[in-house]
Design a protein around this ligand. Structure first.
Ligand code: FAD
Length: 306
């Protein structure tokens, strides 16, 4: 059954964690507690986002630099082309390469002004995710992740246009796609089928969003091109003022999603952590991804007992 197979799953499962660069000293402290808690899980890599409209260039670089300097983790720098010239983007790529970054998440980005503002490529800038992959590849050989949208990007007229863009990214050197978050695994599975039919064979890693705040998720889901199903809203109904139960329900919901994906054959997961460790840590524990020191302690106890 699903449960009897769990203990040895950890060996074949790969996880990655996404963080955003902190805005204040308090948020910085919280991020570093989170990073330190998740580090022993030995993730495949961790990624650091790039603020809307390219607004966090310095903070993203600082966070990536700290991860390189103070942890054993392999950071991937997110990078967008919105509101920047090619020269500016090339400068940022060089800055990351000089820091020692070997991994990127190449994106187009959204206007900083937010909802309702239509995307306009910068005159003399890179136009989309595919051009960003090409720009990064010019600087050397890197691990380059790109976005994918199981429910279609909201600006894309249809799936075919979206998957064409993904194909261009792969042709330009993308090594992995990370999906926008989703809550219905059938949608993910259908998307992966479409992608494979289009002759795209890179890993399509599901992006898992543990629900720290259902109201917030509802607010940004439309713009993200991800719908929040009614059954999910119902699960959290009435918990607005009960953060502890909200957290327990969130852990249960995410564990259920991830376990079901494992049953469908998925082995890689990317967690949108929101700079919080608890939910990601608990879900990883459920799927056998556990701190390396704890695992060796268990092995020692077992061999001492034998
Ligand atoms: P692209 O892949 O270039 O385009 C997305 C789709 O839109 C394409 O498939 C295409 O069908 C359509 N499209 C593109 N250009 C046009 C056009 N001119 N006209 C019509 N249709 C077009 N945002 C940030 O600001 N910082 C981040 O760090 C960040 N990290 C992310 C990480 C992941 C894993 C994901 C899934 C998203 C992330 N985003 C981030 C959000 C992302 O920037 C937005 O979703 C943005 O709207 C699209 O960027 P993209 O790289 O996916 O675009």
């Amino acid at each position: 059954s699903r449960f009897s197979r769990l203990p040895d799953l950890g060996d074949r499962i790969k996880v990655s964690f996404e963080f955003f660069p902190p805005k204040s000293d308090d948020m910085e402290t919280r991020l570093w507690e989170t990073v330190k808690r998740l580090e022993p899980l030995n993730p495949h890599f961790v990624s650091v986002t790039y603020g809307a409209g390219g607004s966090t260039r310095e903070r993203t670089a600082r966070t990536v630099g700290r991860i390189l300097g103070e942890t054993t983790l392999l950071p991937a720098a997110h990078l967008t082309c919105i509101d920047a010239t090619c020269e500016e983007v090339d400068g940022v790529i060089r800055q990351f390469v000089d820091l020692g970054v070997k991994r990127f998440v190449a994106l187009r980005g959204d206007p900083a002004s937010g909802v309702g503002t239509r995307y306009q490529p910068h005159e003399g800038g890179y136009a989309n995710g595919a051009e960003m992959v090409a720009a990064i590849s010019q600087h050397g050989s890197f691990d380059i992740s790109v976005s994918a949208y199981p429910e279609k990007h909201p600006e894309s007229p249809d799936f075919a246009t979206d998957i064409d863009m993904l194909k261009r990214k792969v042709d330009n050197g993308a090594t992995r796609a990370i999906t926008q978050f989703f809550f219905d695994n059938d949608i993910y599975e259908r998307f992966v089928e479409r992608v494979r039919r289009a002759g795209i064979y890179i890993p399509i890693v599901p992006g898992i969003l543990p629900v720290h705040n259902i109201k917030q998720v509802g607010n940004f889901s439309a713009r993200a091109g991800a719908h929040v199903p009614a059954w999910l809203l119902e699960r959290f109904e009435g918990l607005e003022n009960d953060p502890q139960t909200h957290m327990l329900v969130a852990a249960a919901v995410a564990a259920e999603q991830v376990l079901d994906l494992i049953e469908r054959g998925v082995g890689d997961f990317h967690f949108y952590t929101m700079n919080r460790a608890d939910l990601a840590f608990a879900i990883c524990h459920m799927i056998g991804v556990r701190p390396q020191h704890a695992l060796s302690a268990v092995a020692e106890t077992t061999s001492a007992a034998a």
